[in-house]
Ligand binder design. Structure first.
Ligand SMILES: N[C@@H](CCC(=O)N[C@@H](CS)C(=O)NCC(=O)O)C(=O)O
Ligand SMILES: [Fe+2]
Length: 238
């Protein structure tokens, strides 16, 4: 399998490209609008056939590059049926399978950061793409966008922590220079939900975080509801 983890420095966002080496079918997860040229070039250089842009949720801190890539490569856009994104070609629900060649991602509904948060589990359970549900030594905030610390606890504790300890956690963000973790590591070392922390500890922690709102909140949410479709459609290069 071809696998690329890509990073946007400005928003601290990871995007992911996964593809089957034999069939060249590819999927991407959580693109960033400003990284469109980089992502398009990479897909073309590798000779891939992009099937679908996947969104783990409707992001509040950056605008997705999904619509821009669909406009150029004629792929589909898919996210949770509860994401609030209104231009989806496919609304995903728990247990759905997204196939690319001989590989597949399974959809796990993991609400809490938003109602429409989903994670994507690779079929051999070696990788899980957790969006903002589970971050490295952290998790998504629960103070807006239908956030619920109780739901987030259940999603992480009951669904993600039930995966094999060796399963590699690839989140949507990191703000400290780390790039991946494992389920086993987070079960022990996540300061919010790891170790002996119970649901009350977790909810108490989340309700007292007092984070400033993301800088782009007012721009990002309305733009992401439209899949990142710009007001003025860029004309393709000649
Ligand atoms: N400083 C960042 C904040 C980003 C932020 O709030 N990120 C959200 C994800 S959309 C989050 O859940 N962060 C969790 C945390 O920082 O612990 C910005 O302005 O964009
Ligand atoms: Fe988010």
């Amino acid at each position: 399998m071809i696998f690329k983890q890509l990073f946007d420095q400005t928003s601290g966002t990871f995007s992911y490209l996964l593809a089957d080496e034999d069939t060249c079918e590819a999927v991407v997860i959580d693109l960033v609008y400003e990284q469109h040229d980089r992502d398009l070039a990479l897909i073309r250089e590798l000779g891939l056939n992009l099937c679908v842009c996947l969104e783990t949720h409707c992001h509040a801190d950056h605008v997705t590059g999904a619509w821009l890539l669909k406009n150029r490569l004629d792929c589909k856009i898919a996210a949770s049926a509860h994401s609030g994104i209104d231009i989806l070609d496919k609304e995903l629900i728990d247990g759905d399978s997204i196939k690319f060649g001989n590989h597949a991602l399974t959809v796990l509904e993991t609400p809490g950061h938003t109602d429409g948060c989903i994670s994507f589990l690779l079929d051999d359970e070696t990788m899980v793409f957790t969006g903002d549900t589970l971050l490295i030594r952290g998790c998504g905030r629960t103070d807006f966008q239908q956030g619920s610390a109780n739901k987030l606890y259940q999603s992480i504790h009951d669904k993600l922590f039930a995966l094999p300890d060796g399963c590699i956690v690839y989140p949507a963000h990191d703000y400290t220079g780390r790039n991946a973790s494992t389920i086993g590591e987070e079960k022990i070392h996540n300061p919010r939900i790891g170790g002996q922390a119970n649901e009350n500890d977790f909810v108490g922690f989340m309700e007292n975080m007092q984070l400033p709102h993301p800088r782009k909140l007012e721009i990002a949410v309305p733009a992401n509801i439209k899949g990142g479709k710009p007001e003025i459609i860029p004309s393709p290069p000649k």
